[in-house]
Design a protein around this ligand. Sequence first.
Ligand SMILES: [Zn+2]
Ligand SMILES: [Zn+2]
Length: 381
Amino acid sequence: MSKPSPLGAKIAGLILPVVVYGLLGYTWYIYIFRICGYLLLNKPPDNTAQAVIFIVIASFLWIMALLSYTRVLFTSPGKPSNARTPHSTEESNQGLVAPINLPRYYYSPKLYNKSTMKGRQIDVQDKMDIMPVISVSRQDGQPKFCHMCECYKPDRAHHCKECNACVLKMDHHCPWVSGCVGFRNYKFFFLFVLYTGCYGLWVFVSSLPLVVTGIRDMNADLDPQWIVIIIIAFIFGLTVCGFAGVHAYYIIRNETTIEHLADRPNEIRVDFDMTGQNFEVVSVLVDDNLWERKKMENWVSVMGRDPWGWFFPVRRGLGDGTVFQYNDYMFNTIVNRAVKQRQSMDASNYQNSNNAQEAQVAVTEYEAERLSSIDSTAHMT
Ligand SMILES: [Zn+2]
Ligand SMILES: [Zn+2]
């Protein structure tokens, strides 16, 4: 299946939100007024209590789906600041023996605040024990740069062709929400699919007995709209609930859709000091999830600390979307591999220089021999 063109995606992005609001509005109207209204008015038997419970549950799920959708629609996924300079604090460090000249975005456990989930930049007060720091880079160790947005990409940011912008912790481009799902609106997107899926399944399950009875008894009151809504609720409820399950799995693994589907290894640059010249690049397998931590930590990083806040589209997750806490095991593995890589390179350089010295000695000896033989030949003539 070919990808839609940017224009096609733009048109879909304008139409699909109308479809979503339309479907939510239509299904709620039919469910409340035609199904629950029928239960309330059609006596005996007295179904008032059942109808009220149905109305409360469906309306709660519906309102939450609607609010979450509106939030994801009107919340930017987050973009990196447009800054061309690759280095973070070089301007403020003039006069230092070793100026800080690192890539713009980097991570080290010693620089990371676990309560705010934000990393900080190295400053002049810091000693060398703050090193090493690591960052996602290109194969040659240079920071990833987006030529369209003219900015250095933070870890986990990607350029979206449809939006023509770099997106922080990009998950995917979604025409249903008319844009990208990324760092700032991912929680709202997850709540939207969760509540919409639950709403669809609830409408289906609670309407089914009424519709089945109506069809079986050839009930004259059977409303064709009941059948329409039950089909819509079934299809959307099942597929969207499945989608919510997939994203719940991504959240507790701390990975995005892009990272889950990626097939190329990550190149990680390890800086040993602050000069920006002393680094190694380590290749990390795509299955090694760099940012996966304990399940609850992963969950909190997206859904926030307050358990009440998990259920409402009010506050997004923690951090600033530019630096992410690495898995401790992966951090240590990467640094150890970089150190070994450096040691083996030093050893081979040493070997090469020894070989070069030996070769130089051999050449000198050969040259001396040759000169002396020329000399003795000259004496003989
Ligand atoms: Zn870009
Ligand atoms: Zn996009």
